[in-house]
Every structure is written in structure tokens, then in C-alpha cells.
Design a protein around this ligand. Structure first.
Ligand code: XMP
Length: 604
């Protein structure tokens, strides 16, 4: 019996997530390049093939493609988004560039409930869409299996040959019946189910021992889930004496974070952590830097330089040491680290110098193929305490990516006209487009666009409805990728100003205060357990000479997709009143209602 399902990677943000989901169904899955030959596929003897999504348009000159023969091998195929279009292209369906791009939730209407791929999936199921082009005419012998409001052929299939295409993304957790659809495909393939997390740990320990060949590991530790699990895994594989854990306090941590992390790791058995205070270096190098990518490069490079300085100071022989990092898969994919993927943002552990060190074999990253949910499972299996495993994710550059910087106002053309249009369309709201931009992900590519702030006239809002409005606005306006609600005022100000704003100790300390208020308000509460991560952001959007704070509570499972989380009224009111009373440096408080896509979790 064949043991695997292979995923052909067209560079989609979720290509690797598909493999993760297939493993969740118990079947082994691996990623291969889209240009794999039919012979190479036959050598692997897979039970099924999945074509991933991707950022390209099938009409682009250099659009990634497949060998046509692959569709004639007699192996079941599932094409997802771009992969669905690839099937249509090769089997003579028709594809057009869609007039409206569709991002976010879509309900499907099932057209053939007896199809094996639709087992236990009915009309009204919500799936996640993220596309521009669209299949408008079926290939020969295919039938339409499901439609959505904006996409007639949302799903198609040739059931005799077991070739299926879906325009939506079953692999993301926000697709309600996504796992069911993938399980149906696994069943159609008849693959052996042999994959478990324990298998992963055994295989990884062997790999670590082999890669290290007697060397030791200098591991950068942040106190977050990823680096802690990495610490535990490396220690298990190599022994305590061969793993040196170093935490860098770069001056952009949360209030008291460094002390808390040292205590927490000590209680988990890592009692000899080295702590390096380096705020002057990191903040000094960030002077005069405003753009999100340049900030990330500066922080990433400083981590590397500092590691080299410490190693030299401690007389560590570079030939005896590898640099360890708790990189996980979303860090790589968002940094544009696979063949056709688009760069969304450079994670601190993926700057150019690190990439060069990886090529030379100087870096070890034992959990680089995992997602956060899997990392947590590995941590639990290795016996790490719950308090550590269940920590909210926190990015390596810390508040460095949450204190937004700006050199001057970035004003969207025709802002006033757009604001009038929005007010006319959405009764009871007025809007202001902010003169800054933030990073988002749309159609598998990076976007850098403006946020819109809505002001509900009666001060009341329904987060679910607002979330839908947010999706609608960002789908229809090519210059807006986030929608916020104002929590301090019901009527919009005439204008928001932007002043030159750098990364300074004072600005970091304002954000630390707001972040602490938020953490105090949600932790330990049962009704806040659904919140997966809660970035709090400082934005140089001035009103009465004071800046703005943005609340970004989100629900997610693996950071690849997310929705804005609902805050219980009591919690929200407490946060509003404490920020208003305790942080005089702030004049606006916004609540980010944007999903991912079209936003990202962080703002830059
Ligand atoms: P985005 O903002 O891309 O974030 O939706 C996805 C997840 O990754 C975290 N993140 C980072 N983590 N280094 C990290 O260790 C980074 O440079 C970085 N940037 C984003 C983010 O907090 C979220 O959990």
C-alpha cells in the first residue's frame, strides 16, 4: 500500500500547510517542486497528488506549471486554488481573470451530494477563498460539484479519473469542513495511515545527532513556545552540556518579560540560561529607519552580530558550534523562502545572512517544518509545562514590529471621496482612511495598504457584522487592507496627522504600558481563552499631538489564517477605561477587525 500523498508546490502561502493537514489525517505527506517529472513521481509511488495554490496568475508569462503527463498517471489529483486552475488549463477548461478578487469566507452550494469528495459536506458550509483568476468553463468529462456566490465553479471533478479541483482553501482552519474534504480525498486515495507526532520526535532526534556530528549548539532563546520546544528537543538529542541557551534582551521586550522568561525556563529545567542585555545596540541601529522591512533586517542582523560577539567573548571555537534557531514553517514561507512563494515579510530568523549560513550548513532548525499547533504537541510530548506551551506567540523582534515608525504622512489619493462612498454604503458609520500603511497578504502576495477606521454613530458595534464589512471593503477597494473601529469617539476628527516617529525608549515604554493593561485584563479568564494572540500596536497617527494604540486580538490555530477575536464587553470596557486613564500619551484607541487574509496578524 502506498504510504504518501505528495504536494506540488506552486509557492502558495498554504502549500506546506496542506502537507501538515494531510499528516493530521494520519497519512505521510511531503512537498515537491511543481516541475517534478512524471517518472520521478512514479518512483515515489504516491497514492495521491495535490496541486497547491500560488501567488501567480495562470496567464503570467513565467507562471509555474506541471508536466501534462502527470494528469494521465491514473493517480488521484486534488487541485487547490491555483492548482484548480492548472487542472482546468491542462484539460481544456476556460479560466478568466476575475473582476472582483475574493478574499475571506464564502458559503458553498453543493451541486452533487453523492460525490465521494463531498461526503459529510453540505450546502452552507463555509470555506476560505483567496483568489483573483477563476475557472468559468469545465474541462471535458468534469462536472461542477459546488458553487459560491461569487464563483460558479468553486469545485469541479472528473469522478471516473478521481481528479478534483477546488477554488477555495480546504487546508486553512477557517474552512469549516476543510479537514473533512481532505479526509475524503485521503480516503479516495486509499493511503496507509502511519504518521504520528511521536514518530516525528524520534526521526528528528536522529537527524539532529547526525547534523551535529559531535558539534555543540548555540541556541537563541526568546521564552516563546518555539525556541523553548527547540531547546527541549536539542537537549534531549545532544544532552545539556552540548546546548548553550542565550536570551537577548533587545530593549523591545514586554514589561518585565526578560525576568519572567528566565524564571519560567528555570522552572522547566533550563536553569543556566545566559541573558545578554543589548538594548543600546538594537535601538541605536534602528535610528533613522522607518520602513517595516528595513527594521526587520536591522533587528535580524543585530541578533547575528551579537551572537558572534558573545561567541568570541566566550572563546567558542566556531568550528565546534552550530547556531540553533526555533524557526517554524510560517517564518520561512512568509519570508518568501520557497521557490515560487511571494515575500510577505522577512522574519528575523530569515535575513539574508542567515540564508547564507544555512547554505553553508552552519544553522540547525529542528522544528522548521512544523506549525505552531504541532510545535505545542511536540512540547507536550517532551514534558514541558503547560504554562510554557500555552503562551501566546510573541515575535522574535518583539515590540520592534509593533511600534510603527513613520517619516511623513502617507496620504491615499481621493481619501475624502472614498470616505463619503463608504459612509453612503454603510448606514450608521462614517470613516477615515489613515495616512499610514500596514502589511497584509492578499492572493498569496504581500500588500502594503491603508487602514480604514470606522466610527459607529451610536458607539455600538457587532464584531461579527463588522468583520464581514471589513472583508467586503478590503475585497472591493484595492487600496485598503484593514478595517478598524474607533473605541474612543463616535464622530471622526477632521484629520489625523503623522509626525516623524522613530523607535525610541519613550515610545516603547508607552506601548509596554498598554500591552501590560491588555495582558492583565485577559489572562486567567475563561471567556478569553479563545484569543490565540493579542498584538497591541503603537501607531504614529496623531490627534491633539498624541498617538494611537491599536488592539489586535485574533483567533487562529497556526497563524496562516486568522480572524479578529471578540472581546467580552467587561474586558473591552476595562481596557478602554484603563488605557484612557493611565496612558496620557494616547488620544485614539482602535480595534482591528481584519482577518488574515487580507491583513496579517502583525501590522508590519
Ligand atoms: P503575521 O503578522 O505574518 O504573523 O500574520 C504570523 C505569526 O508570526 C509571528 N511573527 C514573527 N515571529 N519573528 C518571529 O519569531 C518574526 O519576525 C515574526 N513576524 C511575525 C506573529 O507574531 C504571528 O504569530
Amino acid at each position: 500500500m502506498s504510504q504518501s500523498i505528495i504536494v506540488l508546490d506552486f509557492g502558495g502561502q498554504y502549500a506546506h500547510l496542506i502537507a501538515n493537514r494531510i499528516r493530521r489525517c494520519g497519512a505521510y505527506s511531503e512537498i515537491v517542486s511543481n516541475d517534478i517529472s512524471p517518472q520521478e513521481i512514479q518512483e515515489k509511488n504516491p497514492a495521491g497528488i495535490i496541486f497547491s495554490g500560488g501567488p501567480s496568475s495562470v496567464f503570467a508569462e513565467d507562471a509555474p506549471d506541471i508536466h501534462s503527463e502527470i494528469l494521465k498517471l491514473g493517480i488521484p489529483v486534488l487541485g487547490i486554488c491555483y492548482g484548480h486552475q492548472i487542472i482546468a488549463k491542462h484539460l481544456h477548461g476556460k479560466i478568466v481573470g476575475a473582476e472582483t478578487q475574493e478574499f475571506g469566507k464564502a458559503e458553498i452550494q453543493v451541486k452533487n451530494e453523492n460525490s465521494p469528495i463531498l461526503k459529510n459536506i453540505s450546502s452552507g458550509s463555509v470555506f476560505w477563498m483567496n483568489h483573483g483568476d477563476e475557472v468559468v468553463q469545465l474541462p471535458e468529462n468534469f462536472t461542477c460539484l459546488a458553487s459560491s456566490a461569487d464563483c460558479e465553479i468553486a469545485m469541479m471533478g472528473d469522478e471516473e479519473k478521481n481528479i478534483y479541483g477546488v477554488q477555495f482553501h480546504p487546508e486553512v482552519t477557517h474552512s469549516e469542513k476543510g479537514m473533512q474534504l481532505l479526509e475524503n480525498f485521503v480516503e479516495i486515495c486509499g493511503v496507509a495511515k502511519t504518521w504520528t507526532i511521536e514518530n516525528f520526535i524520534d526521526i528528528e532526534i536522529e537527524k539532529i545527532q547526525k547534523q551535529c556530528e559531535g558539534k555543540k549548539v548555540f541556541l537563541l532563546v526568546s521564552g516563546g513556545v518555539d525556541s523553548s520546544v527547540c531547546f527541549a528537543l536539542l537537549t534531549k538529542a545532544l544532552g545539556k552540556d552540548r546546548v548553550f541557551g542565550c536570551m537577548v534582551d533587545h530593549g523591545m521586550m514586554r514589561l518585565h518579560e526578560a525576568d519572567e522568561v528566565v524564571k519560567m525556563l528555570a522552572s522547566a529545567g533550563f536553569d543556566d540560561l545566559h541573558v545578554e542585555y543589548a538594548a543600546d545596540k538594537f535601538l541605536g541601529n534602528l535610528k533613522g529607519i522607518f520602513s517595516p522591512e528595513e527594521k526587520r533586517m536591522s533587528i535580524g542582523n543585530d541578533f547575528l552580530e551579537l551572537q558572534a560577539e558573545i561567541a568570541e567573548r566566550m572563546n567558542l571555537n566556531p568550528n565546534e558550534w552550530l547556531l540553533g534557531q526555533g524557526t517554524i514553517y510560517p517564518d520561512t514561507i512568509e519570508s518568501g523562502g520557497t521557490k515560487h512563494s511571494s515575500k510577505i515579510k522577512t522574519h528575523h530568523n530569515r535575513v539574508e545572512r542567515i540564508e547564507k549560513m544555512i547554505e553553508k550548513g552552519l544553522i540547525i532548525e529542528p522544528i522548521v517544518d512544523l506549525y505552531k499547533d504541532e510545535v505545542r504537541e511536540v512540547g507536550t510530548a517532551l514534558g514541558l509545562p503547560d504554562a510554557l506551551i500555552s503562551r501566546h506567540p510573541f515575535p522574535g523582534p518583539g515590540l520592534g514590529v509593533r511600534v510603527l515608525c513613520a517619516e511623513k504622512a502617507d496620504i491615499l489619493e481621493n481619501s475624502r471621496e472614498r470616505e463619503f462612498e463608504i459612509a453612503a454604503k454603510y448606514d450608521g458609520f462614517s470613516g477615515r482612511i489613515l495616512p499610514i500603511r500596514s502589511v497584509g497578504v492578499q492572493g498569496d502576495s504581500r500588500s502594503y495598504r491603508h487602514p480604514l477606521v470606522l466610527f459607529p454613530e451610536n458607539g455600538e458595534f457587532d464584531i461579527e457584522k463588522m468583520g464581514e464589512i471589513a472583508v467586503e471593503i478590503s475585497n472591493n477597494d484595492p487600496e485598503i487592507n484593514r478595517v478598524l473601529i474607533n473605541l474612543f469617539a463616535e464622530t471622526p476628527p477632521e484629520k489625523y496627522e503623522v509626525k516623524i516617529s522613530e523607535m525610541t525608549v519613550d515610545r516603547i515604554s508607552v506601548l509596554q504600558k498598554a500591552d501590560k493593561i491588555v495582558r492583565d485584563s485577559i489572562f486567567g479568564r475563561k471567556d478569553c481563552e479563545h484569543i490565540w494572540q493579542f498584538p497591541v500596536v503603537l501607531a504614529p497617527v496623531f490627534l491633539d499631538e498624541k498617538e494611537a494604540i491599536i488592539l489586535r486580538p485574533i483567533e487562529s490555530e497556526n497563524a496562516m489564517t486568522a480572524t479578529a477575536a471578540h472581546l467580552p464587553d467587561e474586558v473591552l470596557l476595562n481596557i478602554i477605561s484603563r488605557i484612557e486613564n493611565e496612558i496620557p500619551e494616547i488620544s485614539s484607541l482602535f480595534y482591528d477587525l481584519t482577518g488574515k487574509p487580507p491583513g496579517t496578524i502583525e501590522w508590519e
